[in-house]
Design a protein around this ligand. Structure first.
Ligand SMILES: [Zn+2]
Length: 465
C-alpha cells in the first residue's frame, strides 16, 4: 500500500490523500484549499494526478476543505463513484452548489472590472454545472457496515467521527501478499459531549493511522460549560435591552447555537426573546439536520420527544430573502442574531456587525475559532475602529467569546482516542494541523510509544507494509 499526502499536510486546509493498493487508486477526501493566496488557487485548479486514473473517492465529511474540490476532479475527467455517509452526501450537495455559486459570483465581479480594461476574463474554479456533475456521482453508505470500494479490490468502513452531521472516520482494508493491512483516517475528529451528535466512535484496530491535529497543542473548555456561558451572556445583554450578535458558520455551529438557546429557554436558564438565524445556507443545512435524526445522540432524541424540533421554537425566525434579513434591523429591544460567516469575513454578518457594533448595550459574541487576518480576529483582539464596506465604525459593543463549541477534539481528546491501539500501530501520520500543533501532536504520539509518528510534507509518499 502506498500513501501520498496531497493536501492538509502541515496546514489545516485542502484535505486530500491518495491511497494506492491492489492496483487501485483511491482518494481520501478532495477538499478545497481555502484562502486568497495564489498558491491556493493554483493547487485547487491543478490536481497533482490524472483524475481519470482515480478509481473512487471516500469523503470524510461535508466541510468544503474536505469535499469542496470534487467538482474540479469531475470536471478534469473523474467518472466514478464518490462515497460518503448518507448525511454527508446530503450536506455535500448544498455545500458544493453554494461554493459554485460563490465562485461564479466572484468571477463575474472581477470580470466586470477586468473586461472594460481590456484584460482577459477569469473563469470560476468551477460552475454550478460542474458541481451538479459531482453531485450525481455521490453514493451513500451507512456507518459501521463494511463495503467494497467501487472499482477497487478494497474494503472500507465508515465510523461516526462526531464532528459534524454525517462525519466519518474511514477504515480501508487491503489484502496484499497474503496479509491484511488496515489504514484508518480520522477525518476531522469530534469532541465528546458535543451537542446533537454522538461521541466519536472508539478507534478500531489498525496498522496505520492518518490523524488530524488541528488542536494538537491545545486543550478546550468543556461543551457543557459553553451552554450556560452562552445563556448568561445573552441574558446580560438582554437586561441592557441590547442585541447579541453571534457570527457562526452555517453548517453545524448555527444548528448547535440554535439548539443550545432552545435548551436554555426551555429549561428556564434564559428568558424567552426573539432569535434570528439569518443565513440561507444555514436554513438549508438545518433542513438536512432535521432529515437525519438517526445520527443524533440520546440526549437530542429525548429532547425531541418533548419539544419535537431541536432547531425550531416559537421565538426563532429563520430568514432567507434579503428583505427579511434587512427587516431584522428594525427590531426594537433585546434579540439574538446568528449569522454567517463565522469569522466576519463575508456575508450577512457584516451588516449585523456594522449596524450594532457602535451601541454599548450590544454584545458581539464569538463562538468559533477566528483565524489570523480576519475581521473577527481583529475585533476579538480588541481593536477600537473597524472598517466595513468602506466606512469606519467605533467598537462600543461588548466583545465576548465562548470557547467550548469546538467541533474538533483537543490534544487530550486526540491522544486518548489513539491510546487503546498505540502498541499495535506501525505508524501514525499527523495531517490537518499547522506546524506547531502538528509537531506537538507528533511528540505526544511518541510519548504513547508510537515511534513511527510524523507530520508529512505536501506531496510526501510513504510505503505501508
Ligand atoms: Zn471539518
Amino acid at each position: 500500500m502506498r500513501l501520498t499526502f496531497w493536501g492538509a499536510a502541515r496546514q489545516v486546509t485542502g484535505s486530500m490523500h491518495l491511497v494506492e493498493a491492489n492496483g487501485a487508486r483511491v482518494l481520501l477526501d478532495c477538499g478545497l484549499m481555502q484562502g486568497h493566496r495564489a498558491e491556493a488557487k493554483a493547487r485547487n485548479a491543478q490536481l497533482p494526478f490524472e483524475s481519470n486514473h482515480i478509481h473512487a473517492v471516500l469523503v470524510s465529511h461535508a466541510h468544503l476543505d474536505h469535499c469542496g474540490n470534487l467538482p474540479t476532479l469531475v470536471k478534469s475527467g473523474f467518472t466514478r463513484d464518490i462515497v460518503g455517509t448518507h448525511a454527508t452526501n446530503d450536506l455535500t450537495r448544498i455545500m458544493l452548489l453554494d461554493a459554485a455559486k460563490i465562485q461564479e459570483q466572484d468571477a463575474a465581479y472581477w470580470n466586470k472590472k477586468r473586461v472594460p480594461r481590456g484584460e482577459e476574463p477569469i473563469a470560476p474554479l468551477y460552475t454550478r454545472a460542474d458541481a451538479d456533475a459531482a453531485i450525481r456521482s455521490l453514493t451513500g453508505r451507512a456507518y459501521e457496515k463494511w463495503f467494497d470500494v467501487p472499482g477497487a479490490r478494497l474494503r472500507a468502513q465508515f465510523l461516526d467521527a462526531g464532528h459534524i452531521l454525517g462525519s466519518a472516520i474511514t477504515v480501508l482494508e487491503a489484502q496484499e501478499n497474503g496479509q491484511t493491512l488496515r489504514l484508518g483516517f480520522s477525518g476531522d475528529l469530534g469532541v465528546k459531549g458535543k451537542l446533537i451528535l454522538r461521541d466519536p466512535a472508539p478507534v478500531p484496530p489498525l496498522d496505520y493511522l492518518i490523524i488530524e491535529g488541528t488542536y494538537g497543542d491545545r486543550l478546550h473548555a468543556l461543551p457543557r460549560d459553553s451552554e450556560s456561558e452562552l445563556a448568561q451572556l445573552i441574558e446580560e445583554t438582554a437586561e441592557r435591552d441590547g442585541k447579541t450578535i453571534i457570527p457562526a458558520f452555517a453548517l453545524d455551529r448555527t444548528q448547535e447555537v440554535v439548539y443550545s438557546i432552545h435548551r436554555s429557554i426551555s429549561n428556564g436558564m434564559l428568558a424567552p426573546l426573539p432569535v434570528f438565524a439569518d443565513s440561507p445556507l444555514a436554513m438549508d443545512a438545518t433542513e438536512i439536520y432535521r432529515m437525519h435524526p438517526e445520527v443524533f445522540d440520546h440526549e437530542t432524541v429525548a429532547f425531541m420527544e418533548k419539544y419535537e424540533d431541536p432547531f425550531g421554537f416559537r421565538q426563532l425566525t429563520y430568514t432567507r430573502d434579503v428583505e427579511a434579513s434587512k427587516a431584522i434591523n428594525l427590531v426594537e429591544g433585546a434579540a439574538v442574531i446568528i449569522s454567517a460567516n463565522g469569522m466576519v469575513e463575508a456575508g450577512r454578518i457584516l451588516h449585523h456587525v456594522k449596524n450594532n457594533i457602535e451601541d454599548p448595550r450590544n454584545t458581539i459574541l464569538f463562538v468559533g475559532y477566528q483565524a489570523e487576518n480576519t475581521l473577527g480576529r481583529r475585533i476579538l483582539d480588541g481593536i477600537k475602529r473597524v472598517r466595513i464596506f468602506g466606512e469606519e465604525y467605533t467598537v462600543r459593543a461588548r466583545i465576548e467569546r465562548v470557547d467550548g463549541f469546538s467541533a474538533h477534539a483537543d490534544r487530550k481528546g486526540l491522544l486518548d482516542w489513539v491510546r487503546p491501539i498505540a502498541s499495535q500501530l506501525k505508524g501514525v501520520f499527523v495531517v490537518h494541523a499547522e506546524e506547531r500543533a502538528a509537531d506537538a501532536l507528533v511528540q505526544g504520539l511518541r510519548e504513547l510509544g508510537i515511534e513511527n509518528a510524523s507530520a508529512p510534507a505536501h506531496g510526501q509518499q510513504v510505503t505501508l507494509n
